[in-house]
Design a protein around this ligand. Structure first.
Ligand code: SF4
Length: 177
């Protein structure tokens, strides 16, 4: 039987959700007997492939680059999982939504900078007016809450999906934990 092709995507998040994925520890060996990781910040593949079975997304959609990525990923993947509270609600990165973009740029690139104070006009992706949860931009098939979601819940969800079942997460994971 061919393995399930799995990708992971890192948008505007702290990488804690990916760290929790790695916390499944030796069970990674069980997982890789069922899935091939075809794209991820954890491996060195630059282009998102065309025929992905499952993509796990960490983080909110905050920039023009995030927006481009999530549309490309959705187009090329059968199932999309929002992993963690930032992907599901915006959570921490959406705290900046309370302020106008000009105030964010001023705070980050001028007020708190020691050198090179001008706001950069090239070389960094343009921020969207608001950080948005993934489901506001593209359809999401599976939600796995938590900040970060526990490794046990991630392992359970991935193994269930790899077996072709929708995971019933029950109390394994909840928002803010
Ligand atoms: Fe980090 Fe929590 Fe957001 Fe995951 S949900 S990216 S752990 S802040």
């Amino acid at each position: 039987m061919s393995k399930v092709r799995v990708a992971t995507l890192w948008l505007d998040g702290c990488s804690g959700c990916h760290m929790s994925l790695l916390d499944i520890d030796q069970r990674l060996l069980t997982l890789v007997s069922k899935v091939d990781i075809v794209y991820s910040p954890l491996i060195d593949i630059k282009e998102f492939p065309e025929d992905v079975d499952l993509t796990v997304v960490e983080g909110g959609v905050s920039s023009s680059e995030d927006l481009e990525k999530i549309h490309k990923v959705r187009k090329n993947t059968k199932l999309l999982m929002a992993l963690g509270d930032c992907a599901i609600t915006g959570n921490v990165p959406s705290m900046r939504n309370l302020f106008p973009l000009s105030a964010i740029y001023e705070r980050v690139y001028v007020e708190t900078a020691d050198i090179k104070k001008p706001v950069p006009v090239a070389g960094v992706p343009t921020l969207l007016p608001r950080c948005r949860p993934v489901h506001e931009l593209v359809p999401v098939d599976v939600y796995l809450p938590g900040c970060p979601p526990p490794a046990d819940a991630i392992f359970f969800a991935l193994t269930e999906l790899a077996e072709g079942r929708m995971p019933e997460l029950g109390t394994l994971s909840r928002f803010g934990r």
